[in-house]
Design a protein around this ligand. Structure first.
Ligand code: SF4
Ligand code: SF4
Length: 466
């Protein structure tokens, strides 16, 4: 064992992994070495075989400027702006509105937009869009709010079962995966990632927003403010893999089905995990895109890094995930953020920017500020322009995910390259490898006709055998 190698017991202590994890037979990553920022680990199960640096020294794989960074207003997300911002009123008509037309007999024969594809897409969104089961909409009216606030009055103590809080945190992530998450991580909630207000339009006032206050211990939604207790300072972040072949159909409707399927699974799982936590006697707020910014929470929770396209890139699934979260007062132990060379790779790769049909992804360097009112300045990163993304093809596009080398399962040349980046911190990459990969056909659109002839086992759960 080299000087930089560490013993398994030390590693478990550094990562806060306790007896319950071992007892439950959870896979423990291989430890390669200590680094300046933490430890280098490798795990096929957790990280898809990538070499990953777990940052255990309190650092994060991004920089913030606290003179610029402010909590973002939900009113300025592109979804909200579409409803009140005059600059968005003339946006291209959403082709998704044609859905009903395409479901009529005799319509919908265009490849990748057939009636079959539309039906597949429409069904995939049903749980996420349901008015009847608004699973992760914390702002829903009437009985739902009372339901969300109800908790068991006797908080569970893991010591009752000879478990530590490290063990309990693993148990909660285990439950999250049981209920349907592909990945789960825990972070201490950074209040900067909560929205400063909730966009709450009325008929009379389309731009109305109400402040979200998180300074005291009040837990309530009123017409004038939402109150999140300061003690709800943990966030469990959930990632949901999107089907590889369906995303490969982008910008066809099957890709939109993969997105809708992700949203519907988000709704079910976030709601169910939150209810599990409440049954243990702790407060929990399940959320999809609402309440706060999911991507920085996911980075803090060690699920991945931010890529050039402005999305989370995970080691196991690349950017092919959707995110939900559960904010809670349960004293969970945070995971470490990770670095697996995404920034260095994206500096050279550019594939998402080259294949974005609407110029939403920048080809420039990191900046502190974006170009869009929907960007939240103050983090040094690549800012994407969500309006351009939204306006292309009725928001059905996932081209950037389709072409990203991190999206490709078992991508051996990328594994080798990332290993070099992470171990030796080299910043110059061989773009020829990226080009060769494209020349080999990877990243091309998969036709719907081919998708429908595939064995269903090759969708989501069959990915690892590909
Ligand atoms: S989803 Fe499509 S339009 Fe949006 S950033 Fe990606 S490639 Fe561009
Ligand atoms: S396509 Fe390339 S540049 Fe874009 S996020 Fe993926 S690795 Fe980074």
């Amino acid at each position: 064992m080299s000087d930089t190698s560490i013993k398994r017991r030390d590693f478990l202590r550094v990562l806060g992994i306790g007896g319950a994890a071992l007892g439950a037979g959870l896979t423990i990553p291989n430890v390669i070495a200590r680094t300046e920022n933490g430890v280098l680990v490798e795990s096929k199960d957790e990280y898809g075989g990538f070499l990953v640096e777990k940052m255990t020294n309190g650092k994060y794989p991004y920089q913030c400027n606290l003179d610029i960074l402010k909590r973002m207003s939900e009113k300025f997300t592109v979804f909200s702006r579409n409803r009140w911002d005059p600059a968005r009123l003339n946006r291209p008509e959403l082709t998704e509105d044609l859905e009903d037309l395409y479901l009529v007999k005799g319509k919908g024969k265009v490849p990748n937009r057939t009636r079959l594809d539309y039906a597949f897409m429409a069904a995939s969104w049903c749980l996420a869009n349901s008015r009847r089961y608004p699973s992760y909409k914390w702002d829903v009216q009437s009985g739902m709010v009372r339901f969300l606030k109800r908790i068991n009055p006797h908080p569970w103590d893991p010591g009752d079962l000879d478990m530590s809080w490290e063990d309990a945190s693993i148990v909660v992530k285990h439950a999250a995966r049981f209920y349907g998450a592909s990945l789960a991580g825990i972070a201490q909630l950074n209040p900067f990632w909560l929205y400063s207000d909730h966009y709450a339009p009325t008929k009379e006032q389309r731009a109305r927003a109400i402040p979200v206050l998180s300074e005291g211990e009040r837990f309530e939604q009123t017409d004038d403010a939402w109150y999140i207790p300061k003690s709800m300072n943990s966030v469990l972040v959930l990632a949901f893999e999107e089907d590889f072949q369906a995303i490969a159909n982008s910008p066809g409707k099957l890709a939109s089905a993969a997105v809708g399927n992700g949203y519907s699974r988000m709704a079910f799982t976030a709601f169910t995990v939150a209810e599990f936590i409440r049954a243990l006697g702790y407060r929990a707020i399940p959320a999809g895109n609402g309440v706060g910014l999911s991507i920085p929470m996911a980075v803090d929770a060690g699920l991945g890094q931010l890529g050039r396209m402005g999305l989370l890139v995970t080691p196991k699934y690349g950017p092919r995930v959707r995110l939900a979260k559960v904010i809670t007062g349960m004293p969970l132990i945070p995971d470490s953020p990770i670095n697996f060379g995404v920034t260095e790779f994206c500096e050279v790769c550019m594939l998402c920017a080259d294949h974005c049909p609407n110029g939403a992804v920048t080809k420039g360097p990191f900046t502190w500020e974006g170009k869009s009112p929907s960007n939240n300045p103050g983090v040094y990163k690549w800012y994407a322009e969500p309006e351009k993304c939204y306006d292309f093809n009725g928001f059905s596009c996932s081209n950037c995910k389709r072409v990203c080398p991190f999206n490709k399962p078992n991508n051996s040349w990328l594994h080798r390259m990332i290993r070099q980046i992470v171990k030796s911190k080299i910043r110059i990459l061989d773009k020829i490898m990226v080009t060769f990969d494209q020349a080999g056909g990877y990243g091309e659109q998969l036709q719907d006709s081919k998708f429908w002839k595939m064995n269903g086992d090759k969708t989501i759960t069959g990915r690892e055998e590909m």
